[in-house]
Design a protein around this ligand. Structure first.
Ligand SMILES: Cc1cc2nc3c(=O)[nH]c(=O)nc-3n(C[C@H](O)[C@H](O)[C@H](O)COP(=O)(O)OP(=O)(O)OC[C@H]3O[C@@H](n4cnc5c(N)ncnc54)[C@H](O)[C@@H]3O)c2cc1C
Length: 583
């Protein structure tokens, strides 16, 4: 029987990155990556096979990316958790110390009549299938794309490059509505229309019709002629292998993981599209399945394989695309999403040419919008449109969001500029948008609104629940010193009584408490009484059950011992933002 320090199931974005990072993190002798297909595609490059690249072969991911990890072409059919082995379709049994599931996702197939007709395709990451799609497109004149998200829009743009008549049918009132604010959605729709793509929004597909081969896509707003239909309406995680092995599956059907990417078995991790994701802002499960997220999770899991080194504080969606010559980049919450999540926001805007002077050949205007949370003044989202640099700009925004940068900090950040590469130093869009927001944040009306919120916060004390007197009193002192009102109690019963009597903003609870109930159980009961109460759990080393349970309760994070006043304040600040968002 073969045996490896780490076995990885799946060898695309997540699996490859997990394999490479695992070897580097722990200098392991043997890492085996098992993958069904002999070759995999660069998943994000799939739409470009159609027109820009012109062939499936040009979009194959090089296996050299795997470095010294061993690649086995086979399918893992089961996991024996007791024996710590996986079995494969070819009859092999492979032992593991740690197992990483990176089994990815597959396209959602909607229950629309006519899905079985010839020339109806979903977007599978499968070389032979995509070759068939390309062959079908060579014979086609009319193409209907169902789904106007990033992938649908990219397929539409690529199909029109072949000279095909393309119609995009989108259920929502705008393309890309789940990821962008209305004006950016409209800009992408305009870009599609400008190159001849017909865009039908607010349009529900009811059936696909034809005689053996597709002829029409029937919608509630009419019918569209189609020689080929491509459905791009989302993906479902490949969770079956994990579910059959008895691992817990999450609300969004991903393999349930904690913030260290551990599954319900401490020796098994899950990363990428197959793993459940949690929103960085709300801690709620979300369906943001991206290669960039997959690679990040793989690096976090690899770091935590043999000891806990890195924590995933949640998923920040960072998207980009380019339709014809119009590029966009989005990071974190849009204005709409922030308002829907009840954040009180301030928006900064700036626009300037992406080269300087603006008369440089090829210069294009780039608009940037940054969304800040009013009380903390931290950036929580941003959008950039329409220059080609928008993708990189959204990555800067993502970094600023993850690091909790305020408008003032961002406005005074160092940035480099060059005439051929960027806006002028006097007009650099991110800096100017942050400065715009910073000025607004300092305007009298907003200052008053902020004061009102701060007042509300000050009226809401923090509850500390810990039976260790020294720790409890240190926490009280630190928090008092930082300007918070604090009530400190020693056990769960006292805590629940206090919560009945007072409206607390945040409860900081030791996981181990005397008197039967642990910190998480107390938090669960407390939240039943006070649903807006945020929790922070103190523990030396969170078990998977504790990590997941507290995440489900919306607990902000762990205060792992030993801890510092800075970490404590950071967590309290982070917990307070959602509490105060509605104030
Ligand atoms: C058309 C398209 C465009 C996209 N564009 C972007 C983009 O621009 N930016 C971005 O960030 N994301 C993009 N995405 C999303 C991105 O492709 C996915 O998030 C990414 O592929 C996830 O990687 P993964 O390794 O988790 O899963 P997958 O890519 O799904 O790979 C899983 C692998 O595991 C293998 N496997 C599964 N089960 C087994 C088993 N039992 N035994 C052995 N092997 C197994 C599969 O065969 C597959 O090779 C795009 C997706 C599509 C479809």
């Amino acid at each position: 029987m073969k045996k490896a320090d780490v076995v990885i199931v799946g060898g695309s974005a997540a699996g490859i990155e997990a394999g490479v990072s695992a070897r580097k993190q722990y200098k392991l002798d043997k890492v085996i990556v098992i993958r069904k297909e002999s070759k995999v595609l660069v998943p994000c490059g799939i739409p470009y096979i159609i027109g820009t690249l012109g062939s499936v072969e040009k979009n194959v991911m090089p296996d050299t990316l795997l470095g010294d990890a061993e690649l086995m072409i086979d399918e893992v059919t089961s996991i024996n958790r007791e024996a710590k082995t996986v079995s494969t379709a070819a009859g092999e049994s492979i032992g593991y110390e740690k197992l990483v599931l990176a089994t990815g996702s597959r396209p959602v197939v909607p229950p629309i009549p006519g899905m079985e007709l010839d020339n109806v395709f979903t977007v599978r990451k499968d070389i032979a299938y995509l070759q068939k799609l390309q062959d079908a497109l060579k014979q086609a004149r009319d193409v209907v794309i169902v789904g106007g998200g990033f992938i649908g829009a990219e397929f539409a743009d690529e199909c029109r490059k072949l000279g095909l008549k393309v119609t995009v049918v989108e259920l929502l009132e705008h393309c890309l509505l789940l990821n962008c604010d209305d004006d950016v959605c409209a800009r992408i729709e305009d870009a599609l229309r400008e190159v001849g793509v017909e865009v039908k929004t607010g349009c529900r597909v009811t059936a696909i019709t034809g005689d053996k081969k597709v002829e029409y896509v029937e919608c509630d707003k009419g019918r569209f002629k189609a020689d080929v239909v491509i459905l791009a309406i989302g993906v479902a995680p490949n969770n079956e292998l994990a579910a059959d092995a008895g691992l817990t599956i999450g609300e969004r059907r991903g393999i349930m993981v904690d913030q260290y990417m551990r599954t319900s078995d401490p020796d098994i991790f899950a990363v990428g599209d197959c793993a459940e994701k949690f929103c960085f802002f709300t801690r709620k499960p979300i369906a943001t399945r991206l290669a960039s997220v997959a690679a990040r999770e793989a690096r976090i899991a690899a770091a935590n394989l043999f000891e806990l080194r890195r924590s995933n504080e949640g998923t920040i969606g960072v998207f980009g695309t380019m339709i014809a010559n119009t590029a966009i980049g989005v990071a974190g919450l849009t204005e709409r999403a922030a308002s829907q999540a009840d954040y009180d926001i301030v928006v900064g805007r700036a626009a300037a040419a992406d080269k300087h002077p603006g008369s440089m050949p090829g210069a294009r205007e780039m608009r940037v919008r940054l969304v800040f949370e009013l009380r903390s003044e931290k950036v929580i989202g941003g959008e950039a449109c329409c220059s080609i640099t928008a993708g990189e700009v959204s990555n800067i925004m993502a970094s600023a969001i993850a690091n909790g940068m305020t408008a003032e900090k961002l406005a005074s950040s160092p940035m480099g500029t060059h005439p051929m590469l960027t806006a002028s130093p006097l007009a650099y869009q991110i800096i100017k948008a942050a400065a715009d927001a910073d000025l607004k944040l300092k305007e009298q009306a907003l200052l008053e609104r902020k004061e009102a919120i701060r007042g509300a916060r000050e009226m809401k004390p923090i509850l500390v629940v810990d039976d260790e007197t020294v720790l409890r009193e240190s926490l009280r002192d630190w928090l008092n010193h930082a300007g918070y009102q604090v009530e400190a109690v020693a056990d769960g019963e006292e805590a629940l009584k206090a919560i009945q009597e007072q409206d607390f903003g945040v409860a900081i609870l030791d996981l181990r408490l005397p008197g039967g109930k642990n910190g998480i159980e107390v938090l669960r009961e407390a939240r039943a009484r006070a649903p807006k109460l945020q929790g922070i759990i103190i523990t030396a080393y969170p078990s998977w059950e504790a990590a997941v349970e507290s995440m489900k309760l919306g607990a902000v994070d762990y205060l792992s011992k030993p801890f510092s006043p800075e970490r404590l304040e950071e967590l309290v600040e982070r917990a307070l933002v959602p509490v105060e968002a509605k104030a």
